[in-house]
Design a protein around this ligand. Sequence first.
Ligand code: COA
Length: 162
Amino acid sequence: METPTHEIIVADTPENRQRCIDVRIQVFHHEQQFPLETEIDELSRNEDVATHFLLRLTPSLEPVGTVRLHKPAGKQYYKLTRLAVLKDYRRYRFGKELVDSLHAWLKANALQLGHDGPAVDVACHSQLPVQGFYARFGYTPQGELFEEDGAPHQLMVLRMPL
Ligand SMILES: CC(C)(COP(=O)(O)OP(=O)(O)OC[C@H]1O[C@@H](n2cnc3c(N)ncnc32)[C@H](O)[C@@H]1OP(=O)(O)O)[C@@H](O)C(=O)NCCC(=O)NCCS
């Protein structure tokens, strides 16, 4: 099937951040049955802490995907979190485009963020069925499986050249 026309933006208004959260609630709460509280954390509200990416169809501007990037306080690595594409829009490479956009944004902003080194680490807590998805970008498993929000997860890390 033909890929719907679309664009990815950095969600830098409260309205667009809410659209990201709505996609996450649809996927993680309604589809995957995680508790609603886990979607509404302080990172969702604070634009200074996290950068939210929104994939929306054009020209309708219907939100269909999102991912989030932040640097945990006091850490040298970044975290990719809350990657979600609405079920009806999977396998159009929207997930891949979101991750590529996040990586490109981090590379483009690395110097301004204080990184002049040769590389930066990006970590994610992967649900088990999507480990293969992250592996395609070069993320590799580190450590043992662990429980998060009641489901098994695997820490995966990408050393991304700058
Ligand atoms: C994970 C998710 C974002 C992937 O989005 P998507 O748009 O369907 O994936 P894409 O079409 O971009 O896939 C890119 C590539 O990864 C592959 N892929 C997709 N899902 C995969 C999976 N679960 N395991 C292994 N490979 C996968 C695709 O086949 C494609 O390969 P290709 O380039 O050779 O064709 C989507 O399945 C989703 O929202 N899942 C529910 C939420 C979730 O689990 N998020 C992750 C939380 S850790």
